[in-house]
Design a protein around this ligand. Structure first.
Ligand code: DX5
Ligand code: ZN
Length: 236
């Protein structure tokens, strides 16, 4: 699919629940993807960590290539790596649909964001909890997705940092309706409503899906909570 086609598919599916493939059963990836597809997931969030930008390691392009062979769900790759430019082509070549880089890793990200788009993928820009929201304003025009981290990146299962809500509220009008505003970290049934009311349209969910035995029920409950909050916020 072309970048505009992927973007419009994703935008028309909001609110999006993006399962984060960090706490899944890596011995049964095929089964996990099938379960997520039948649970109604519309994309997969793939957390790539290099043990340098974040104090943890996860997986890279070869694993994503294997996943690409078994599903047509869009892949939203979150690159928590210090030198994303070096590996960009690898991730594009294995079929990532969205590539998100961190502004803390690439303080002047214009060239990389444009490279991602030129090669037909959606470009995302992420910011960590300690990075002020204003830092990404000059680059939003080169983005298809803005990702607000609501935990320090590196690990699943952390507690949601409430100041992420102020960032979402601040960024939402700048991001507008033609881009995704994603929130990542500590999103569960207690926090998703506030994030939706603050303007998020994509919700990255690790523990709140993978710690629940029935993924379909987990996705359904998260979607309901996000949808209800977004509706009541827009009618205020
Ligand atoms: C953290 C990752 C997240 C993480 C979310 O660095 O970017 O995607 O897996 O996990 P939960 O939902 O458990 O906070
Ligand atoms: Zn992530």
């Amino acid at each position: 699919m072309t970048r505009p086609a992927v973007l419009s598919r994703l935008l028309s599916g909001t609110p999006l629940i993006a399962p984060s493939m960090l706490k899944c059963d890596f011995a049964n990836l095929h089964r996990e993807v099938e379960l997520l597809e039948s649970a109604g997931a519309k994309l997969l969030h793939l957390d790539v960590m290099d043990g340098h930008f974040v104090p943890n390691l996860s997986y890279g392009a070869p694993v994503i290539k294997s996943l690409r062979a078994i599903t047509s769900l869009p892949f939203d790759a979150h690159l928590m790596i210090s030198d994303p430019g070096r590996y960009l082509d690898d991730f594009l070549n294995v079929g990532c649909d969205v590539l998100t880089i961190h502004i803390e890793a690439v303080p002047k990200p214009t060239d990389l964001l444009r490279r991602i788009r030129q090669q037909g993928a959606c470009a995302g820009l992420a910011l960590n909890p300690k990075t002020p929201a204003e830092a990404i304003l000059p680059y939003i025009g080169d983005c298809d997705l803005v990702l607000v981290m609501s935990v320090e990146p590196g690990f699943g299962g952390q507690k949601f940092i409430p100041s992420a809500l102020d960032k979402l509220r601040f960024l939402a009008p700048h991001v507008g309706k033609d881009r995704l505003l994603s929130v990542d970290g500590g999103i569960d049934l207690k926090t998703i409503g506030a994030a939706a009311a603050a303007g998020a349209t994509e919700f990255v969910c690790g523990s709140s899906i993978f710690d629940i035995p029935d993924y379909r029920q987990a996705v359904h409950n998260l979607l309901t909570a996000a949808g209800n909050a977004a509706v009541s916020a827009s009618s205020e």
